[in-house]
Ligand binder design. Structure first.
Ligand code: BTN
Length: 258
């Protein structure tokens, strides 16, 4: 069966960020599912302005172009769906118990093995023009820099054996293809139970980026975290999909609905 995600693959040795390279393809009208990968990034981007560190060749670094026909308000749950797809794939390919820290950090043994960065560009009509879905997975590191050592883990460290990157990548693409199709056809509510089963955030004390503090009790239909802050009604903490500035070249991109 043909796969949408990763239907066309552009592999590089070194780039600044696969997100930046893919953004260029997107503006030039590349089709949905186009994938950019690299062995090394000089300026890997993480969520909330953080950098994403890699040692050349040891990480799976990729960005996938999605053109969902949805409004910008509907995109945050895509972050959770991508995290779920990565967790499913890692468990399938390497038999690790992968958990998700809301919204989309994938953890093994309490340490982060993968991060997901969805960056959305909005169209003129309030709909999404496209999403650059960045995924980084630590595969083959046997050591991390001092500042990451306590919080990061690789697949090799988690399992004690090396894993072929191509196999991991294919497992992630297959899983993302399935989950993305489910999300498009039925929305996040269809995937919520699967996400809950993998979540390690629910029942934990959390502090949202907006300062909300309390116990995480659930996620709602949009993927927002519902937090019991002890004031009666539950507070909603929203996972922000980074909004990239619309580009003047956007007009040349095919619309999500076309
Ligand atoms: C996070 O902060 O957890 C998200 C990290 C996302 C990193 C990936 S690596 C491939 C893609 N290119 C980037 O510059 N970032 C994402």
């Amino acid at each position: 069966m043909d796969r949408l995600v990763g239907g066309s693959i552009h592999a590089y040795e070194t780039v600044d960020s696969t997100q930046t390279v893919l953004a260029r393809f997107a503006r030039e009208g590349a089709p949905e599912g186009t994938l950019v990968s690299a062995a090394h990034q000089t300026v890997g981007r993480g969520r909330r302005g953080h950098r994403w560190w890699d040692a050349s060749g040891d990480s799976l670094l990729m960005s996938i172009l999605l053109r969902p026909c949805v409004t910008t308000q509907e995109t945050p749950s895509l972050a959770l769906v991508a995290g779920l797809a990565v967790a499913d794939a890692l468990e399938a390919v390497a038999t690790v118990a992968a958990r998700i820290r809301w919204p989309n950090d994938v953890l093994v043994g309490g340490k982060k093995i993968s991060g997901v960065l969805p960056e959305a560009v909005s169209g003129a009509d309030g709909r999404v023009a496209y999403v650059l879905l960045g995924i980084g997975i630590n595969i083959d590191q046997d050591v991390f820099p001092d500042d990451l050592r306590d919080e990061a883990i690789s697949l090799r460290q988690a399992t004690g054996v090396r894993h072929e990157q191509g196999r991991v990548r294919d497992a992630v693409l297959e899983s993302l293809d399935l989950r993305y199709a489910e999300w498009l056809s039925a929305g996040f509510p269809r995937l919520r139970d699967a996400w809950r089963r993998r979540a390690c955030t629910l029942g934990e004390r959390v502090r949202g980026a907006d300062g909300t503090e309390g116990v995480a009790v659930d996620v709602d239909d949009t993927g927002a975290l519902l937090v019991d802050a002890g004031h009666g009604a539950l507070a909603r903490v929203i996972s922000s999909t980074t909004a990239l500035a619309p580009s003047s070249a956007r007009a040349r991109s095919p619309s999500c609905c076309s």
